[in-house]
Design a protein around this ligand. Structure first.
Ligand SMILES: Cc1cc2nc3c(=O)[nH]c(=O)nc-3n(C[C@H](O)[C@H](O)[C@H](O)COP(=O)(O)OP(=O)(O)OC[C@H]3O[C@@H](n4cnc5c(N)ncnc54)[C@H](O)[C@@H]3O)c2cc1C
Length: 325
């Protein structure tokens, strides 16, 4: 028997989609391990967020609105995870594979003397043995790493790799105490939003991605951005566009880039190579705008618009703007 504990990263009660992905996956893992699915949410807005997490298939949500979490850098969070993990016993601890999540995961691994698997996109469980599956070396290799059965194990989870199912199991919300006698010294002076738009791309409900077919950097600003704005989405790119220096690598989608799973994905001038497909195939509706109707992307898009992107995209943007007004 092994429990599963999800660390819920959030800001003032706002949490990224990966939290819901982890909450859903925690249920699957806990059922296979014969344990319970727990979540830990701490800091300003935690109680309110815990209420909305009840919609997901968790058993217990540990909560504390402790102000130190937002005042000091990471240490209070690590203390809370440590306390929750020790309270529930040997457990599989799921942490988002974000910059902050990775920082926390390393610390909690050391605290609990646990094994760690980073950037998991899938799991295999047999006889209580947990194996995490992780792309490595930019996706050129897929590795499988087993954690010690029945002990603490830390796994960071790649955003958008797991499905979300909001089928609430009526989780119990219970208060968790911060370990006593702790003093913290490193304060958070200022929170700076990432300039790369990293979060926006991974969280966006609509993604407009451009590829080599756009021929240069300008159309990303003049063609794709207006459409993304009209649809309330974010701009992404293929690796060919990033390699050409037309956009930063933070916009690259695919095996060696980001995994996205928006409701609507519009691929503009992208051929649909397998390495691109793996980063966007779980999108809701996939639309391709490509002048070659035989391009591989036509095989897995829901709708292929055959024609010149430079003629189609401005018209589409106008239509979207008109329908909104
Ligand atoms: C190990 C490895 C990892 C990789 N990782 C990634 C990754 O993470 N992400 C990724 O994207 N790729 C990745 N690649 C590269 C991938 O194999 C492809 O080379 C790349 O996706 C091609 O990008 P593209 O579709 O933009 O360009 P192309 O394949 O050149 O396609 C351009 C498309 O634009 C169309 N087009 C041209 N002009 C127009 C126009 N005016 N209007 C409309 N359509 C037009 C063409 O018909 C064509 O279909 C990886 C490759 C390797 C080997």
């Amino acid at each position: 028997m092994q429990n599963v504990l999800v660390y819920v990263q959030h800001k003032g009660g706002h949490t990224p989609k990966v939290t819901f992905e982890m909450a859903t996956q925690a249920r699957v893992l806990a059922d296979k391990l014969g344990g319970k699915a727990h979540a830990l949410v701490v800091g300003n807005g935690a109680t309110q967020l815990a209420e909305s997490l009840k919609a997901y298939p968790l058993d217990v949500i540990h909560v504390n609105d402790d102000a130190d979490v937002d005042t000091f850098l990471l240490d209070p969070v690590v203390d809370f995870i440590d306390a929750a993990a020790r309270a529930i016993g040997p457990s599989l601890i799921l942490i988002p594979n974000t910059l902050t999540g990775k920082d926390i995961a390393g610390r909690i691994m050391a605290r609990l003397n646990a094994g760690i698997c980073a950037d998991a996109v899938d799991f295999k469980i047999e006889g209580g043995r947990v194996e995490a599956i992780m792309p490595k070396m930019g996706g050129a290799a897929i590795t499988t790493c087993a954690l010690k059965p029945g002990d603490y194990g830390v796994v960071t989870i790649r955003p958008n790799a797991f499905a979300v199912q909001a089928s609430g199991a009526g989780a119990t919300v219970q208060a968790i105490e911060k370990p006593s006698g702790k003093t913290y010294t490193v304060t958070v002076e200022k929170d700076i939003e990432e300039g790369s738009g990293e979060l926006a791309l991974e969280e966006a409900p609509v993604v407009i991605a451009g590829g080599r077919g756009l021929g240069g950097p300008e159309p990303f600003d003049t063609l794709l951005k207006p459409l993304a704005q009209a649809l309330g989405g974010a701009v992404g790119a293929s690796r060919a566009a990033a390699d050409a220096g037309w956009v930063p690598y933070s916009l690259q989608i695919g095996q060696t880039g980001k995994t996205v799973s928006p409701n609507l994905y519009i691929a503009v001038g992208i051929s649909g190579a397998i390495q691109h497909k793996v980063g966007m195939r779980s999108s809701g509706t996939i639309v391709a705008i490509n002048k070659d109707g035989q391009s591989p992307i036509a095989e897995f898009s829901d709708l292929t618009v055959v024609g010149d992107a430079f003629a189609i995209v401005p018209e589409l943007t106008k239509l979207v703007a008109a329908s909104k007004s």
